[in-house]
Design a protein around this ligand. Sequence first.
Ligand code: ADP
Ligand code: TRP
Length: 320
Amino acid sequence: MRILSGIQPSGKLHIGNYFGMMKPALELQEQGEAFLFIADYHALTSVRDAAALREMTMDVALDFLAAGLDPNKTAFYRQSDVPEVQELAWLLSVVTPMGLLERCHSYKDKTAKGMPATHGLFAYPVLMAADILSVQSTVVPVGRDQKQHVEVTRDIATKFNNMYGEVFTIPEPSIRDSVAVVPGVDGQKMSKSYDNTLEIFGATGPLKKRVMKIVTDSKEMEDPKDPETCNVFALYKLFATEEEQADLAARYRAGNFGYGTAKKELLAKINEHFEPMRAKRAELENNMDFVKEVLAKGAEKARAETRRTLQAARKAVGLE
Ligand code: ADP
Ligand code: TRP
């Protein structure tokens, strides 16, 4: 099994990113050959400040290493350190039907929210297909919102293979249904674009404030409450054992139990879970040379794979 995933360095990582993508990707690194990259070319579709892009790129590198990425098991790299992926994207672009890209929700959602409707944003899924196909990955762990992009990748790869012969492995998305969409403090999907996130590595003061602001219904203290429709409970479930979940659910249903208590218990769970990673991150911040070396070595490995794939694709289309 060859696993690949990527994440854009376009903001602070949050609990949705962690459960939707980071944790599954880090668990899969134990089961096969893993590739994980920081999608800085993709981030250029929304980040226009060079210094901010540089900073956020290193932030994501620190975040993943602190969260348990093992550079001996996973090739961890910056997308732009493998420029061959751009040439591959062009070879895919010329077989990609416009209609396939026109159907992508992500482009429609992002432009509807005011993101500039550039060609790069429109062609985003083709570059993503190149990322995935470049290392011949078989499994792509992502959150549900990225599923369509992996399906587009499969369509493009199949089309190319039918036209030119078997060059690309057809990948499968891997999506955890239990955590497919982590809610934000307002109950919508947690996303850095909605200002509703709980950051993993943020300061504890603001985190507490955010947790206390999670939207709940307006039931009185004494009323019985429904855990299944509550955002606080949905978040708590991500961190708690079955018994802990059952215990909190029973207290919700019994009444005489306020959302404030549930929020405090959630906050304690979040801090307990992320505290070791925060300590590790602080350590790594003082060792940026190590972080850079990890990225350089990862790029070398991904580049060797990408070159091999690109050469096969160039040959297939007649460039060689
Ligand atoms: P954001 O929505 O905050 O901009 P991204 O689109 O950069 O996040 O997503 C990075 C990864 O994290 C993707 O694999 C995505 O599916 C996953 N992800 C993001 N938000 C959530 C969420 N609320 N629940 C589950 N997975 C998520
Ligand atoms: N589009 C993904 C996101 O926004 C990031 C990404 C780029 C990616 N290339 C990828 C994810 C390849 C998985 C595989 O989250």
